[in-house]
Design a protein around this ligand. Structure first.
Ligand code: SF4
Length: 428
């Protein structure tokens, strides 16, 4: 059963009289378990919908859907599939107390993997899920592989029941499902020869594995440091060398590098990032792979609009995490040249998670407030848009408008600078 949260006007759902709170029970006699059933089973031109009104009365709709008319129904949030693993490096264990409740949920949900690109391990799939992924063609999925050696993978996931991943991916590949995959690099466990084996095994599955990213493990001061540590500079360099070997082979044989180090891997290795062309369509940008080059590309393509903006001589603060601190000057140099504004980079340490958590997306609102509340010299501050959720709340539940009210300068949330400075993004 799924429940209606809202119905947009001028849609089929509104014309039928669907209302918030209504339970959607079945389409063509097939029970509705979640949003995937709803989306796929109502995609036909004709179907019969069984529903239950908030009053408890059952109703049935014989629906003929005019071409192009959306259902317009937003469903209540699905119940998230919980994770069956206990990784030593789990980000949930690394969370301090006092965050938004959702941040303590260990999700491992193939449905969110398909819909939103969340990485899932596929270790909690039931036969029904396997059939569903194939029937609905939930592709591409984003899969945390970590290691293809089954013993090493079970160790990393702390899950003795975890299925061997290569046969599992191969089974899906034979049925037309594709994957973007990641390896979280844990030194002494899945680096070195294990990393080489993992990349070779994934490459051997063929074209169904669309990409692999190698991401250095990220720990906070609350993580299980007695069990897992971050890679050293030289270990990151060795991992990049292994990635490059496979990438060169893929480039020759398949026309794209296929295998990528995360920006953070290059940063920790103190090596230059590959050029933008290396990343193709930036498929794993959301996973921190090619993010810097992507930003530079976005800025270059917005050059005309940025140049036409009235930014000359303005003093603009750019708030980010310490990870991007050393990388942002490359981006800001382009911006300065185009806009003639002065950009000041404010790379903030994360007081909530500790200094080892360096990503801008995990910055708490209180850290931003502390950094900006006395800065009367700034004409504008750009904040990382990925550090707030859909309700504009930071990790620590501070709301963006409430933050803005306490600051002496206007702020804008920005994904890529170009959005905020060309006024695509609304000021908070
Ligand atoms: S797979 Fe590992 S890292 Fe991911 S939620 Fe589960 S325990 Fe945490």
């Amino acid at each position: 059963m799924i429940r209606v949260q809202s119905v947009a006007p001028d849609t089929l759902g509104a014309a039928l009289g669907l209302i918030p709170g209504m339970e959607l029970l079945a389409v063509n006699e097939r029970d509705l378990e979640d949003f995937l059933d709803w989306e796929f089973l109502t995609a036909d031109d004709q179907f019969v919908l069984k529903a239950r009104l908030p009053s408890g009365q059952d109703v049935e709709y014989d629906i003929e859907r005019p071409e192009g008319l959306p259902m317009g129904v937003t469903l209540e949030a699905p119940r998230i599939r919980r994770c069956a693993n206990h990784c030593d490096f789990c980000f949930v264990d690394g969370n301090p107390l006092g965050l938004r409740q959702a941040l303590y949920i260990r999700d491992d949900d193939y449905r969110l993997s398909f819909r939103y690109g969340n990485f899932a391990t596929l270790t909690n799939l039931k036969p029904w899920d396997l059939a569903r992924i194939v029937e609905y063609r939930l592709s591409p999925l984003y899969v945390s592989v970590h290691a293809t050696d089954p013993v090493v993978r079970r160790w990393l996931l702390r899950n003795p029941e975890a299925e061997a991943i290569v046969p599992q991916l191969t089974w899906f590949a034979e049925r037309g499902i594709q994957f973007h995959t990641q390896v979280v690099l844990v030194p002494g466990v899945n680096d070195g020869a294990q990393l080489a084996r993992t990349l070779t095994d994934l490459y051997g599955i063929g074209g169904a594995v669309l990409s692999v990213s190698v991401v250095p493990v990220a720990l906070t001061e609350f993580s299980k440091h007695s069990l897992v540590r971050q890679p050293t500079r030289d270990e990151c360099r060795a991992a990049i060398a292994t990635v490059d070997d496979v990438a060169q082979r893929a480039l020759t044989e398949r026309g794209s590098p296929w295998c990528y180090g995360a920006d953070d891997l290059y940063l920790q290795a103190e090596q230059a990032l590959p050029p933008a062309e290396w990343y193709g369509d930036f498929d794993q940008r959301e996973n921190g792979v090619g993010s810097v080059r992507y930003l530079q590309t976005r800025i270059a393509s917005a050059r005309d609009q940025l140049g036409a903006g009235d930014w000359q001589g303005k003093h603009i603060g750019v708030v980010t995490g310490t990870a991007m601190g050393p990388l942002i000057p490359q981006i800001v140099a382009d911006l300065t040249q185009i806009t003639q504004a002065h950009f000041e980079i404010l790379a903030l340490e994360n007081p909530l998670f500790g200094p080892s958590v360096t990503t801008a997306g995990l910055l708490p609102g209180k850290a931003v407030l502390a950094a900006l509340q006395h800065r009367r010299d700034l004409d504008l501050a750009l904040l990382p848009a990925e550090s707030v959720n859909d309700d504009l709340r930071f990790m620590d539940d501070v709301e963006a408008h409430e933050l803005a009210a306490q600051l002496p300068m206007p702020i804008k949330l920005s994904y890529d600078f170009a959005d905020a400075l060309t006024n695509e993004e609304v000021a908070v």
